[in-house]
Design a protein around this ligand. Structure first.
Ligand SMILES: C[S@@+](CC[C@H](N)C(=O)[O-])C[C@H]1O[C@@H](n2cnc3c(N)ncnc32)[C@H](O)[C@@H]1O
Length: 251
């Protein structure tokens, strides 16, 4: 593996908009929204992705510094990543290591909130996510056309542009800062650009192991707008209780 440098050491995390975050990443909560580096393998497990899912076009929104798009490209999938943070590519690259370390400190400080089903412990989590951040860096620099600066609720894609849309660790995860109406508006926009379906994971807010409390209300609102939703158990657990994804399809 080459020696691409994934971010300078920094005392502060980076917020979703590329601004400096805080170190309030222990008992008080995760602090500024993390730009995380989940791996392709985590996405395959979190979203129960099979060969058919990876044979079409896929949008990852928000992709953060995930290596999903890089890994998908390696297996021949036409994937696109988009994120609000890509408006400042230098800040994304500089924040990778500090963000992985900030997330790692959070999980090490909250052992009861995390399962060892996917990662054997914090050390394995750190190594896995740093490797994912490195893959992301290579791909982000080599294939910038696959990384689109975009901000929900207005994505710069035509209706039904992607066979499958994946959305991990924004909706439901940050329930403390996104209300039900915002969830509905974001989901509606993700559905607009999806040809077949959208999948959202996990359904538990950060710091909780119980489902997003307004999930039933949100599903009713979606149903009234002609969207069928199902909750599906997947073979992945890192955040305790985070074992389900929401699948949404237009009727
Ligand atoms: C916790 S990360 C998840 C990244 C990736 N899906 C993963 O699982 O590793 C949340 C991401 O949401 C992005 N984000 C926050 N608000 C957004 C918005 N309105 N539109 C697009 N991206 C947004 C942040 O920049 C951040 O990268």
């Amino acid at each position: 593996m080459s020696a691409v440098r994934i971010g300078a050491d920094s005392a502060a995390g980076t917020g979703a908009d590329g601004t400096a975050g805080t170190r309030a990443d222990s008992a008080a909560g995760i602090g500024a929204m993390l730009v995380t580096s989940r791996s392709f393998e985590e996405y395959v497990a979190m979203f129960a992705l099979g060969t058919a899912d990876l044979s079409g076009t896929v949008l990852d929104c928000p992709a953060g510094a995930s290596s999903f798009t890089a890994g998908a490209h390696r297996v021949g999938t036409r994937a696109t990543a988009c994120d609000i943070a890509y408006g400042n590519p230098r800040a994304v690259l500089d924040s990778l290591r500090p963000e992985v370390e900030r997330g790692n400190r959070y999980i090490a400080a909250h052992p009861d909130g995390y399962s060892d089903r996917f990662f054997g412990g914090p050390a394995e989590h750190l190594a896995h996510r740093l490797a994912a951040a490195e893959l992301f860096t290579h791909d982000f620099l080599a294939r910038p056309e696959s990384y689109v600066h975009a901000a929900l609720p207005e994505l710069p894609f035509d209706d039904r542009s992607f066979d499958l849309v994946l959305s991990s660790h924004l909706l439901f995860s940050y329930a403390d800062r996104l209300d039900v109406e915002t969830h509905l508006v974001y989901l509606t926009e993700l559905l607009r650009v999806a040809r077949d379906q959208i999948r959202i994971f996990p359904l538990v807010p950060t710091g909780s192991s119980a489902r997003y409390p307004q999930l039933g209300e949100l599903r009713e609102l979606l149903g009234a707008r002609g969207v069928d939703t199902t909750v599906t158990e997947v073979d992945y657990e890192f955040q305790r209780g985070g074992t389900e994804m929401l699948v949404c399809r237009r009727r």
